[in-house]
Design a protein around this ligand. Structure first.
Ligand SMILES: CC(C)(COP(=O)([O-])OP(=O)([O-])OC[C@H]1O[C@@H](n2cnc3c(N)ncnc32)[C@H](O)[C@@H]1OP(=O)([O-])[O-])[C@@H](O)C(=O)NCCC(=O)NCCSC(=O)C[C@@](C)(O)CC(=O)[O-]
Length: 338
């Protein structure tokens, strides 16, 4: 909390708490040129949990030929599944991406309790990412959502290319709203609006959210998923929070991209998000120092520095007074630990 800043002014129209949906282990690592060992992935997820994240997307049950980096889902999930059994507020939700019934069978066999289907607002990306038209992809998801619900699993829907598409250019709001409605009608509990290639701006975000409300979609069922190509991810997030959104996707250390949309850059970094939210007095449950240490640890394993500005700032300053982030301290040695 920044001294002298009237919180009523700073946080006007903003939620008290934001749920961060951490996607680094899935969206981040799916794009790595070389496969990260399963033990490293499991340790990454455990460290994220220790840093206070309570929704950590673990992996994908997609075809291993399409995303070889996540071909180890059968090994990874059992290695972290105990996090979901923790008591009360310590329990960690571990959703996983599932495109089709084959993926669902694999996920349910391991005890996955929450899945996410992932559609596209554009035909070009539906084809590139799922080898299907938009209609065919939705038809593929229908039995997945129904069977997941029967099995008692939660269902999230992702919608990619909500703002712009590398092949088709700007995506009309009405087109996005139409596919959102269809995903929600399939039974998705929550819908994450993806700016897959990071071209959204705050005005566009507000316009889409308003159009979704006009179409009867409650803001409480929406999450936002921004990539930071043009440095707009935080501004876009703030616009979404002002509109009433309280669930935000982010990737520790800003890892990420999408293998089937080459212009997709890293996701909004979780540290950058937490820095902003804590500065606004919004609770996340996340310990920024631990999270930063985790991202530095992961960056070392990947052999390159984190693109997150907050990670870079905190680790270069060593011991740092993070008053904007509830006084969390990052120790000088956090990047060398364990
Ligand atoms: C959907 C498919 C499978 C269609 O791919 P396809 O080639 O059309 O597959 P198919 O349905 O014709 O099946 C062909 C073979 O694959 C097998 N198969 C089929 N499904 C599976 C499965 N689940 N697991 C294991 N095996 C599977 C199936 O059993 C069959 O085996 P065969 O009979 O030939 O031996 C493929 O396109 C695919 O896996 N795509 C995944 C792409 C992906 O994961 N992209 C990244 C995630 S999306 C993203 O990152 C964006 C997001 C969510 O973050 C938000 C944003 O930023 O916008």
């Amino acid at each position: 909390m920044i001294e002298g800043l009237p919180m009523a002014v700073a946080a006007e129209g903003l939620p008290d708490r934001v749920r961060i949906h951490e996607v680094g282990a899935r969206d981040g690592l799916q794009n790595e040129p070389s496969t990260v060992p399963v033990e490293v992935k499991a340790e990454f997820i455990r460290r994220l949990a220790d840093a206070g994240l309570r929704t950590i997307e673990a992996t994908s049950f997609v075809h291993p030929r399409w995303v070889p980096q996540l071909a180890d889902a059968e090994e990874l999930f059992p290695a972290v599944a105990d996090l979901a059994d923790r008591a009360g507020a310590d329990a960690v939700r571990l959703p996983a991406l599932v495109p089709n019934e084959r993926g669902l069978e694999r996920a349910l066999a391991l005890g996955v309790r929450e899945i996410a289907v992932f559609g596209s607002a554009t035909e070009s990306f539906a084809r590139a990412n799922l080898n299907r038209t938009v209609d065919e992809a939705l038809a593929m998801f229908e039995p997945v959502a129904a069977r997941a619900k029967e099995a008692g699993a939660g269902v999230r829907g992702y919608l990619s290319m909500c703002f712009g598409d590398p092949w088709e250019g700007p995506v009309p709001v009405a087109q996005v709203v139409g596919v959102c409605r269809r995903l929600l009608d399939l039974g998705c509990d929550e819908l994450s609006l993806g700016d897959t290639i990071g071209v959204a701006t705050p005005g566009h975000v507000t316009a889409l959210l308003a159009a979704l409300n006009d179409a009867g979609v409650p803001t409480g069922r929406l999450a936002v998923h921004f990539h930071d190509t043009y440095g707009q991810a935080l501004s876009n997030t703030l616009a979404a929070l002002r509109h009433g959104v309280t669930a935000v996707d982010a990737s520790a250390g800003g890892l990420g991209g999408c293998p089937y949309a080459k212009s997709a850059t890293g996701n909004l970094a979780t540290e950058d998000l937490v820095w902003m939210l804590h500065g606004l007095g919004i609770d996340t449950g996340v310990d920024l120092g631990r999270l930063t240490a985790t991202s530095v640890w992961m960056a070392e394993r990947l052999g390159r520095p984190s693109p997150s500005r907050t990670v870079r700032a905190l680790s270069s300053q060593g011991t740092h007074d993070t008053r904007g982030s509830q006084g969390t301290q990052v120790s000088r040695d956090s990047h060398k630990e364990q």
